[in-house]
Design a protein around this ligand. Sequence first.
Ligand SMILES: CC(C)(COP(=O)(O)OP(=O)(O)OC[C@H]1O[C@@H](n2cnc3c(N)ncnc32)[C@H](O)[C@@H]1OP(=O)(O)O)[C@@H](O)C(=O)NCCC(=O)NCCS
Length: 180
Amino acid sequence: MIPDSDLVGQSVTLTAFREEHAERYAAWLADPYIQRMAGEEAETPEQVIERHRAWTASPTFLEYIVTERQGGTPIGDISLDFAHGDPRIGIMIADPAYRGRGHAAEAFRLVASVARRMGARRIIAEIYDWNDRSMRFHERMGFHRARHDDALHEWIYEANIDAPPLPPSAQGHSSGGLTG
Ligand SMILES: CC(C)(COP(=O)(O)OP(=O)(O)OC[C@H]1O[C@@H](n2cnc3c(N)ncnc32)[C@H](O)[C@@H]1OP(=O)(O)O)[C@@H](O)C(=O)NCCC(=O)NCCS
């Protein structure tokens, strides 16, 4: 899927992938931390472009590049995979300098609104059981643990999104949740 339009938040903008992002995206995938936490593998910029061609051609996969608004720097990506019913969310703030600033939370709220508009009432997250930071993040966003996949070493988290998310200003920066 190609995003209908950019999503503009206070601190981040979410846009479609463009070929100019490929080199940076390949550098993100080369980071051993991203590989371990997000299950990624190193790719060349050409492979990154191929991957995104497949994603935009797919009727069930929606991905945005997350760009920090102040400096205009692309810092990661966020995606929704509708292939198996309730959408699976994937998020990486790949540039470590931009983690811990609330950018992931804002990107997440923007994408959760899109999921809701597309008819989703629940979002799933699959998180390696060694990724404590991601578990903390998703719990702050209103996810709860549904089950553990022993074979994949993942916790499956779920969040109900049957009410629109509160704007960040109504939540304070460290609380969260999609439904308030
Ligand atoms: C998981 C991940 C997306 C979370 O991103 P994050 O930047 O840590 O999350 P947030 O944007 O919500 O930032 C939260 C932290 O910023 C702090 N913060 C500072 N200013 C903030 C603000 N204005 N708004 C929100 N939080 C703010 C929070 O207190 C919190 O700190 P804590 O983790 O010590 O409690 C990120 O760590 C990441 O991309 N990791 C690598 C890839 C990965 O693991 N992806 C997930 C695969 S399942």
